[in-house]
Design a protein. Structure first.
Length: 282
């Protein structure tokens, strides 16, 4: 059997078996779908109503797609069986508030929620992953097929990073601590001072808040948890985050190499250079 088409696939990956792409919002699912197809692996689409890009949905034949509501876990599991999927892959976020407000769960989702002592995105998606495994479908690392889109070690935008190493280390330390405490996975620091930390509101809102302070010499740090589950929780850095940094007056970011996906990486790096934003992989 030839080697898997990605370093993030299991060694016994069978490229003949379909992958069911469970697609959230933004461009990540479309980029993932294209990468899977380029690898010659059959892909089916499980779209989420009011989240998945309609253009992505329309790009799949009706026989190779299904659309579900956020709370229809039973229907999702049935679709995996109907597709004959050997694997599933989650790509793209669901608005966090939809997991907690206005959710109308089906019977399977209600059973899952009832068993959870703590209800957050990690526990909910972890429980869904267990249900997927129970029907014999393997949930893949969401970095699979996007090896060339990951952050690299060093200054990815070229040149010398503009901030002193001690300030970078401080930012990395703070980001790792808030991730350890399950608060968020990012922060903005400036010369040893914490300007903002990421919580429920998400990365872009945190960057906007940080931009309200003195931004020269500020650093945005994105990190991962020590036990990060890359099957459903992969940090993303794309054009929207870069634009938000630019609007907020932030000119430097540090990202963990091999862990963060830079969506449309060549375009993001080119735009960062044009705006004078330095991106460091650590």
């Amino acid at each position: 059997m030839p080697p898997p088409p990605s370093a993030f696939l299991p060694a016994d990956f069978d490229a003949r078996r379909p992958i069911a792409l469970i697609a959230g919002r933004d461009t990540y699912p479309a980029i993932m779908a294209a990468a899977i197809k380029r690898a010659g692996v059959p892909v089916r689409l499980i779209a989420i109503e009011d989240e998945t890009d309609p253009a992505l949905v329309a790009s799949f034949p009706e026989s190779e797609r299904v659309q579900i509501n956020v709370g229809q876990i039973g229907r999702m599991l049935a679709a995996l069986k109907d597709f004959g999927a050997g694997y599933a892959l989650m790509a793209g976020q669901v608005k966090p508030k939809r997991l907690f407000h206005g959710l109308t769960p089906d019977l399977k989702a209600a059973q899952i929620l009832f068993t959870l002592k703590r209800r957050n995105a990690e526990t909910i998606f972890g429980a869904i992953a267990e249900e997927i495994a129970k029907i014999g479908v393997r949930l893949l690392d969401a970095r699979a097929f996007l090896d060339d889109q990951l952050a690299d070690a060093g200054v990815m935008t070229g040149g010398k990073f503009p901030l002193e190493p001690e300030y970078v280390e401080h930012g990395i330390h703070i980001a790792r601590e808030i991730a350890r405490l399950d608060i968020g996975q990012g922060c903005v620091v400036r010369k040893g001072t914490v300007l903002a930390v990421e919580a429920f509101e998400g990365t872009d809102e945190m960057l906007r808040r940080a931009g309200g302070f003195k931004a020269d010499g500020a650093l945005f740090v994105k990190t991962v948890k020590s036990g990060q589950d890359y099957r459903f929780d992969v940090p993303i850095f794309g054009r929207r985050t870069l634009e938000t940094m630019h609007e907020a007056g932030l000119a430097a970011a540090a990202l963990p190499a091999g862990s963060v996906i830079l969506l449309e990486k060549p375009a993001v790096l080119a735009q960062a250079r044009a705006w004078g934003i330095s991106l460091l992989g650590f």
